[in-house]
Design a protein around this ligand. Structure first.
Ligand SMILES: Cc1ncc(COP(=O)(O)O)c(C=O)c1O
Length: 382
């Protein structure tokens, strides 16, 4: 049996209904959506529409044509950042961001198009609203912040940052890769102009899914242009959404799975999901804390973080430890920098990184007990 503690990378397993929806779509409903008028293309259209509606409902998005499917959060973040920023703009971000935010910003900075302030989070990975406020310049166009760190799970104050952005007429973009589906998010309440999400983490979709929400009044240039099934006579990309940003054949089976994943979340209740994940975090943290060879990073406060725990072992290489967990005991964790190098500089674990255990809705206390037993066995043999 595998024990999967790498849900921050991608969730596993998925709800049974997700597997079924993908299978049903691929076998019986998979025409090319938006391309033809025949029955199977219409069935595929219906699937796409249904998932767009599910997303709209979950995040409080009234105009679902502002929801654009992407193949992951990275594509969504690249579209938001590169589609928006122009020469002379300033952007604010934090040291807790994933490379999918840091690298596109770097690209624009290197090309001498924009300037960037990277607000330093505290040692627990928290980005204070005040620090964002103090970084605003007259030419600040964008604030882009992760809702929660993928290294230590710390949840950032997006309501406060959104308020600050609104007051200063700055576009506010949230990377909700770690939180969408596990924390309730309302784009209006948090004053989010652009929301970028993975579909394959807490939303339970398959890999190859993600989306971006773009508020009215936010004008982005598309990253990709091509066939949209509409306005085919014209040689320019349509202005209308969703077509403006959805060129080429969509991942219809993946989007079917994503819709089923969101339906599962709604049926289970996001509050129940969150409560269960807080309990799991409490349980794992309390047991890890008893192992004195471990240095645990982050808040160690289950209700202020996602079920993501990072630690190192005194006197032992984390790579070796992760390999032992996987090879000997079939326990899947992630070791290293987790694509967030500045986060490790912030919590002082650069360049060695950390061992990360990230739980999900399907993690059990029994699995945690077994994992703790195995950690102790590995440490005994050290
Ligand atoms: C905070 C954060 N942002 C962005 C990403 C990129 O997500 P994706 O793999 O869907 O591109 C991840 C993935 O781990 C993440 O944790």
């Amino acid at each position: 049996m595998n024990i999967y503690l790498d849900n921050a990378a991608t969730s596993f397993p998925k709800p049974e209904t997700v597997y079924k929806a993908i299978d049903l779509c691929l076998r019986y409903k998979c025409g090319n959506p938006g391309r033809s008028g025949h029955k199977l293309a219409m069935e595929a259209n219906h699937i796409i529409f249904n998932t767009r509606e599910q997303i709209g409902d979950l995040f409080g998005i009234l105009d679902i044509s502002r929801i654009i499917f992407t193949s992951n959060a990275t594509e969504a973040l690249n579209l938001g950042i590169k589609g928006l920023l122009k020469k002379g703009d300033h952007a604010i971000t934090s040291t807790m961001e994933h490379n999918s935010v840091l690298r596109p910003l770097h690209r624009l900075e290197d090309d001498v198009v924009i300037s960037v302030t990277r607000v330093k989070a505290d040692k627990y990975g928290y980005v204070p609203v005040e620090a964002i406020k103090n970084s605003i310049l007259p030419n600040t166009k964008l604030i882009v912040i992760t809702h929660a760190s993928n290294v230590v799970g710390t949840i950032n104050p997006i309501d406060g940052i959104g308020e600050t952005a609104k007051k200063n007429r700055i576009i506010f973009m949230v990377d909700a890769s770690q939180t969408a589906g596990a924390l309730s998010i309302d784009v209006k309440k948090s004053k989010i102009d652009i929301l970028a999400c993975s579909g394959h983490k807490n939303l339970f979709g398959p890999q190859g899914t993600g989306f971006i929400y773009i508020n009215h009044g936010v004008n982005l240039l598309p990253l990709i242009e091509g066939g949209t099934g509409t306005d085919s006579k014209k040689d320019i990309q349509p202005k209308l959404l969703t077509e403006r940003f959805e060129s080429g054949t969509l991942n219809t089976p993946g989007i079917a799975g994503l819709g089923a994943g969101i339906a599962f979340i709604k049926k289970t209740g996001i509050k129940n999901i969150r409560e269960k994940e807080i309990l799991l975090t409490k349980y794992l943290l309390s047991q890890l804390k008893e192992i004195e060879e471990l240095n645990i990073y982050g808040l160690s406060n289950p209700s202020s973080q996602m079920p993501v725990i990072s630690f190192n072992i005194k006197g032992m290489d984390s790579g070796e430890f992760g390999t032992a967990l996987s090879d000997k005991y079939n326990i899947m964790t992630r070791v290293g920098l987790h694509c967030a190098p500045l986060a490790h500089k912030t919590i002082k674990t650069f360049p060695q990184g950390t061992i990360r255990m990230s739980m999900g809705f399907f993690t059990t206390e029994k699995e945690i007990d077994f994992t703790i037993k195995c950690i102790k066995k590995i440490l005994k043999k050290k």
